[in-house]
Design a protein around this ligand. Structure first.
Ligand code: GRG
Length: 305
């Protein structure tokens, strides 16, 4: 990893990690006894456990990298947008790990939320993180109502049935099923790609990108949204549980269709390279301020966890 990109990634991770605790604070209801109740404190604790327990912060980094490409990396409000997206992402992982879904015990190298707490708490953590993410966007300070509405519209579409939740529904139904390459790509564009893609789109919108910049950045986002999942399928086979921080071979164990199972490992790796090339091509008109975006595309297909 080049040192400039290592710095960028560390700064982005630190920036969102610092912003998240205050944005997650569940206290301050009009009912003082609710703030003091041990049930609410347990929910807060489990939410903090699920949100602040590491994570590469790729989606937050994409928010900052897009802003940097557009010359707005210090714009007030970016931390809140990055945090809202990371909350949606954390909720999806907590729910995905539940017994009714992928039934996993390990996430980010630690017991999953329903193992560390219990299933009902894990369901509520996901619900709470999701609702809080939209509240953060709705209450962005100093941002006009039209922009806030557009941000909420984009994130809700990406997270909902035409995005992540829809992809998850297809994924759950795909166990023991054959999917062709086109159907597999569609599933992952929705399940994993939509939230990655919208991280770039929301930052571009917020930073006032013009129509052409928005279209090019979206082309980049679509390519890396898919390459992220192709690499995820590759490392699910080639990495190990300790490096992954989640159970290695989980997709194979569930007999799920994956890019390597459909294409073979060599072609799956070639697909990741092709998508990286497509992402770089989309950025060819951007100057050196887009370096973190270019490096993030490479990081996504080179990562081992
Ligand atoms: C339950 C509504 C609902 C949706 C779940 C995205 C998703 C949909 C489930 C995650 C399943 C999974 C492991 C998909 C592979 C790609 C992926 C999203 C990996 C986890 O993201 P990273 O690697 O995680 O960015 P960190 O821990 O670094 O934040």
């Amino acid at each position: 990893m080049n040192p400039d990109f290592a710095d960028f990634l560390a700064n982005s991770q630190q920036r969102v990690q610092q912003a998240l605790p205050a944005l997650l604070d569940n206290t301050g209801s009009e009912y003082a006894d609710a703030d003091a109740s041990s049930s609410l404190q347990r929910l807060s604790e489990a939410s903090i456990y699920s949100l602040l327990n590491g994570g590469k912060r790729v989606r937050a980094s994409l928010v900052y990298a897009t802003a940097q490409a557009l010359g707005h990396e210090n714009k007030a409000g970016l931390d809140e947008i990055a945090s809202a997206i990371e909350m949606i992402h954390a909720y999806s992982l907590v729910h995905d790990d539940l017994p009714a879904m992928d039934d996993d015990d390990l996430r980010r190298g630690k017991p999953t939320c329903h193992i560390a707490y219990d299933e009902a708490t894990a369901i509520l953590v996901g619900d709470a993180l999701q609702a809080r993410a939209f509240e953060i966007l709705a209450t962005l300070e100093g941002v006009d109502a039209e922009t806030k509405l557009a941000l909420i519209q984009q994130l809700s579409a990406a997270a909902g049935p035409r995005g992540m939740v829809g992809g998850q529904a297809i994924d759950l139904a795909a166990v023991n099923q054959q999917l062709d390459l086109s159907a597999l790509k569609t599933m992952h564009q929705l399940k994993t790609g939509a939230l990655i893609r919208v991280s770039i789109a929301m930052s571009a919108l917020f930073c006032g990108a013009d129509e052409q910049q928005i279209a090019l950045l979206d082309r980049y986002g679509k390519a890396i949204g898919l390459s992220f999942q192709v690499q995820d399928d590759i490392i699910d086979i080639e990495s190990n549980t300790e490096t992954l921080g989640k159970t290695q071979g989980a997709d194979q164990a569930l007999n799920k269709p994956t890019f390597p199972s459909l294409l073979g490992m060599t072609e799956a790796k070639q697909l990741a390279q092709d998508l990286h090339a497509e992402a770089l091509q989309a950025l060819s008109g951007f100057d050196e301020r887009a370096a973190p975006l270019r490096d993030l595309s490479h990081y996504i297909i080179a990562r081992q966890h």
